[in-house]
Design a protein around this ligand. Structure first.
Ligand SMILES: Cc1cc2nc3c(=O)[nH]c(=O)nc-3n(C[C@H](O)[C@H](O)[C@H](O)COP(=O)(O)OP(=O)(O)OC[C@H]3O[C@@H](n4cnc5c(N)ncnc54)[C@H](O)[C@@H]3O)c2cc1C
Length: 596
């Protein structure tokens, strides 16, 4: 169960698809030179492969434990977390004013892929902290920023996200936790469930971001406010002071990510936990969305990461497991299963989908950088709209694929895949949470259709379709069968996505239920088509490099062939989602509740 960061693939996606060069040319990112980016990737790959990956198995087997109110993380976790803090890994994309390194989010997403692939149970603490930092950075007061950000950015303190309550999951309008004003702070009471790293022994303080209602707040989401509720209060001198009135009551027993403590948190058992209002009362959910956008991209990256991990393991297994003769040879001896056409089909499917996800994930992360730093604010706004559109696709499509690919990984192992010792099963169990948390994938599809496409009548998506068509034009001039096949598929994908987008934009106004019934097939179609587009760009770049004898020909040819496989094998069935997405609304409610 080893993990080796696929550095060549990552570099290629960064440079040839996501446009690292353009990102490092933006004001504020000049220090993200090629050499610096390479050095960061090399060091991260070592830490992920040699430090984190070996702890993944024990993380699963031993997991996190609650003992006398203290959560003990799995063996080795506290030690390696210290290395993260000392190495400054938490601080990569954050504001230098608060101790960050001010590197592009594009680089942070690439490194994030390594942490999550190496050890998802561990990677979650980094992911939540990153989101919490982002929310405080955007919406906190100057005082809150100076008190909390430097230590969270260094990683000495970690952040959490406390939204969910037993009666309020997808529907946060139902949340009941209360916050009552008490001088310069609030007293927070209530119970939160499923809080990732709500308590642990790796950092000296935990900064909880908690959604709660003030006493006179209106019902619904407009009555929700956001509070910073630290585990230990912080004195005026910046030193840790009294323990706050909050505790982890229990840990959930789960299907996967055993190393990540999923806590039931109780706030205010002794009268009220001290909390500090972020921004204005009643705006909590909109502030939390800042954090959720960031966290949703990261969860999408988790889907990519677990898929890469499962692929590496399956490919290694397929090369050493000997079974059955080679169908393409007269020799009677059994060969390793990597020689069989169906095993190749499974590996190619995994690989092509991983490359498509990586391309779209990094492209989206580069968009975050463009939106932040582009000197033309009009252009920046357009880039932000595109990021907002892509986030639910990245979250849901990647995490669905993460599950499918982890399951294919088990299949390639045959019976051994079902046996825990091989480790293939852990990836599948770990992957299963991804379509559920950070807003279920059904909620992502609802967001895509009901908010993102509805907001501009599909304009942002149709702008992407236009870009797909101009890539298809470029492919016309390119030589060879492979690129011609890719062009044909890309044109079909652009047609299907355009048709689907126009249908969704119109239906969302005319028949909301029909549009929502088709929302998941729409998201799948969009993800697969956009992934195909970026793989076509990747094939064009590889072809140009091959022609210019610039780089390893084997590696570059593999890029072209993988993109062709995707275009001919993966894209067509996904484009057939066009029918189901239009049809679903006709029959989803045809049976009565009693008949279900
Ligand atoms: C391991 C783990 C870690 C987690 N970490 C955190 C954390 O750190 N912080 C935190 O606050 N929460 C956390 N969560 C909670 C998680 O975000 C929620 O479980 C998730 O948002 C879904 O809410 P729910 O479980 O109440 O499901 P429900 O909301 O009850 O949904 C059940 C089903 O109904 C569907 N559904 C609901 N409403 C709609 C609708 N309007 N349209 C279509 N379909 C709908 C859903 O898609 C789902 O399939 C975690 C959960 C787990 C299991």
């Amino acid at each position: 169960m080893t993990y080796t960061a696929p550095l060549a693939d990552m570099r290629f996606a960064l440079r040839e698809v996501a446009g690292l060069q353009q990102i490092s040319a933006l004001p504020g990112y000049e220090h993200a030179t090629d050499d610096t980016v390479d050095a960061v990737l090399e060091e991260a790959a070592k830490l992920a492969g040699n430090g984190l990956a070996p702890l993944n198995r024990d993380g699963d087997k031993v997991g996190a434990k609650l003992e006398n109110g203290v959560v003990r993380t799995a063996p080795g976790f506290a030690g390696i977390y210290k290395e993260f803090v000392e190495g400054g890994w938490n601080s990569l994309p954050f504001d230098p004013e608060f101790g960050g390194q001010g590197m592009p989010w594009l680089l942070a997403a690439t490194v994030q892929e390594m942490w999550q692939a190496a050890n998802m149970g561990f990677g979650l603490v980094l992911l939540l902290n990153q989101g919490a930092i982002d929310a405080i950075h955007h919406h906190g007061s100057a005082d809150q920023k100076s008190t909390f950000l430097p230590r969270m950015i260094s990683g000495e303190w970690t952040g959490t996200m406390n939204l969910t309550e037993p009666q309020a999951g997808s529907d946060l309008a139902q949340l009941k936790s209360r916050a009552v004003k008490n001088g310069d702070h609030y007293l927070v009471t209530g119970q939160k469930i499923f809080i990732t790293y709500g308590e642990h022994d790796m950092a000296e303080n935990i900064v909880h971001l908690v959604l709660a209602r003030t006493p006179d707040a209106p019902a619904g989401v407009r009555g929700i406010s956001l509070f910073i509720v630290p585990k230990f209060l912080v004195g005026a001198d910046g030193k840790l002071a009294a323990r706050n009135d909050l505790r982890c009551v229990s840990l959930e027993h789960k299907l996967g990510i055993h190393a990540s403590p999923t806590c039931v948190m109780s706030f205010g058992d002794d009268g009220g936990a001290v909390g500090y209002l972020v921004g204005e009362e009643g705006r909590g959910l909109s502030y939390m969305f800042t954090m959720m956008n960031n966290a949703r991209l990261s969860v999408g990256i988790q889907g990519l990461a677990i898929a890469e991990r499962a692929y590496q393991q399956a490919a290694a297994f397929a090369k050493q497991r000997v079974q059955s003769k080679d169908d393409g040879s007269d020799k009677a001896q059994p060969v390793s299963i990597v020689h069989h056409a169906d095993v190749r089909r499974m590996l190619m499917t995994m690989r092509a989908q991983i490359e498509a996800m990586r391309a779209l994930g990094y492209y989206t992360a580069a968009g975050i950088d463009g939106a932040l730093k582009h000197p033309d604010r009009g252009a920046a706004k357009k880039i932000q709209d595109r990021v907002d559109l892509l986030i639910p696709i990245v979250k849901a499509w990647f995490t669905d694929l993460g599950n499918e690919i982890a399951s294919t990984g088990v299949q390639i192992h045959g019976g051994m895949g079902f046996i825990e010792e091989t480790g293939a099963a852990q990836h599948l169990r770990d992957a299963r949470i991804l379509p559920i948390y950070e807003g279920t994938n059904g909620i992502q599809a609802r967001d895509l259709v009901g908010r993102k496409v509805a907001k501009d009548g599909g304009e942002t998506m149709l702008a992407l379709v236009a870009e797909m068509r101009s890539t298809a034009e470029e492919l016309k001039a390119a030589p060879g069968d492979d690129l011609a096949a890719i062009r044909t598929a890309l044109e079909a994908a652009a047609d299907a996505l355009e048709d689907a987008t126009k249908w969704v934009a119109q239906s969302v106004k005319a028949d909301l239920v029909a549009a929502l019934a088709g929302s998941v097939p729409f998201l799948r179609l969009a993800g697969t088509a956009l992934g195909g587009w970026l793989l076509a760009r990747s094939a064009l770049a590889a072809q140009a490099k091959l022609a210019g004898r610039d780089g390893d020909p084997d590696f570059l040819e593999a890029k072209v062939v993988t993109a062709r496989f995707y275009a001919e094998v993966i894209l067509p069935p996904a484009l057939a989602q066009l029918g189901p997405l239009k049809a679903a609304g006709r029959t989803v409610f045809a049976l009565s509740e009693a008949q279900l």
